[in-house]
Design a protein around this ligand. Sequence first.
Ligand code: B12
Length: 212
Amino acid sequence: MTDKKAILADLEKAVETWNAKLAVEATNKALDAGISVSEIIGDGLGKGMEVIGDRFDKAEIYLPQVVAASKTMTAALEILLPKLTAGEGSLKATVIMGTVEGDIHEIGKNVCVAMLQGAGYNVIDAGCDVSPQDFLDLAEEHGAAVLGASALMTTTLEIQKELVEAVKEIEADYKCIVGGAPCSPSWAEEIGADGYSETANDIMGLVASLTE
Ligand code: B12
């Protein structure tokens, strides 16, 4: 196995086995080896989280293990995020990213934040449990061009719809993009969102197409 393959395999394994020490070590090793942040997340850590999601769906593991895996992923993202923002020159458009009200799943949103920051966008991370009004307040405060709403539960998808409606109601020209596992292109179309992407890798092209 090449060094790069071995490091990516370690990153995946670290999340899969909720081994935060290995995640931190492998992340630092990956950066030293010149592996890009998008590969570290997309081909390493993110793959581990996919496995965790599948195993949770099949009831092979339970919530405590999922929490441990997500903490492991967060430990690695904490190293990557400052690298992405450090020394940025002129930033591109401002994007508000948040997980919608009633929903605390924020790993996927955090990955999107990391990717967009890496691509040079000025990303305001609104965190999780963000109401449509919170999105609008942050958008006004920061002069946002794009609002990205993540929802991981069928029950919270509805808030994405409320956000799109709230933007229309005040006749603002913020572009609303939506994502998260239960979301789909047809849902995005149905609620009148400006865009959808299945993964964080595609979110950069999506935001570019809406802002450039
Ligand atoms: C990790 C996890 C948790 C963790 C969250 C930790 C954290 N800090 O985020 C914990 C353990 C806390 C948790 C809690 C709960 N969970 Co949970 N959880 C998951 C799990 C296993 C993985 C989600 C994840 O992180 N995936 C990895 C990331 C990288 O993928 P992603 O989120 O899809 O994001 C990618 C794309 O979707 C996209 N994307 C994401 N957001 C956005 C936004 C935009 C704008 C765009 C363009 C793209 C985009 O880019 C990302 C990167 O590629 C899923 C199962 C699954 N298969 O999804 C269940 C799941 C989402 N959880 C579920 C449930 C039910 C819960 C709980 C209610 C459980 C409980 N009984 O308490 C609570 C939720 C409480 C609440 N109010 O929110 C259900 C939801 C079912 C439903 N109704 O739809 C799922 C589907 C599991 C299941 N099969 O039952 N959970």
